[in-house]
Ligand binder design. Sequence first.
Ligand code: GTP
Ligand code: MG
Length: 221
Amino acid sequence: METKKIAVMQKLLKANDAVAEGIRSELREKNVFFVNLMSSPGSGKTTLVEETVRRLGKRIKVVEGDIQTTLDAERLQKLGIQAYQINTGPFGGDCHLEAAWIRAAIDELGLDGMDYLFVENIGNLVCPAEFDVGAHLNVLLLSVTEGEDKPLKYPLAFQVSQLCLVTKTDFLPLRNFSLQKLRGNIRQVNPACAVIEVSAHSGAGMESWIEILKNRPNFQS
Ligand SMILES: Nc1nc2c(ncn2[C@@H]2O[C@H](COP(=O)(O)OP(=O)(O)OP(=O)(O)O)[C@@H](O)[C@H]2O)c(=O)[nH]1
Ligand SMILES: [Mg+2]
């Protein structure tokens, strides 16, 4: 029984990977850089996208993943950009987004008038890491209030990411958090993962983030 379950899961993941690969190459062809944001609930994904739109401009479209509510899509629509909300609640409350759903969202949004596509994955450090959504850059956000041990406890999320953004650094003076320890733990699980520290509230580090987006790492195959 267990073997059968594993076989079905492997088949599902393989089908997901094929759709993800199709999205990645189509967006590359259309010159759209696709960024997948993953983190625990509340680490600052939507706030980061809001601040990115303010700094990088409005040629950005966003797919929002949440179990319930259209709150995050509404926040982004207020900035005058297109945002498409996926809710998994009515379909069993999945804690991740799959490539086929991103495909459908892209078809709804259309590819005109955009240079960047952001996906805000469903807030948790486990399931989103298991499903390739077709992004050119997987970004893991970890806020300074979550603890330096998270890379060791949730390694896959860090292993599938090319960039880790340490968020809410404006809180650093208020608590005992070691950036050095966090960087060491990330290196232990994924030495290739780049790390930058940002605060969407104070603006610290935001220029480096915008610079990365402009440089489009991993975009050329
Ligand atoms: N101090 C501080 N607070 C921040 C920063 N970025 C976000 N926040 C706050 O953190 C809270 C959560 O931010 P969101 O952007 O909604 O977090 P999220 O990751 O999108 O949350 P979910 O979509 O629910 O997973 C809000 O109250 C934000 O104002 C930051 O740089 N500094
Ligand atoms: Mg959000």
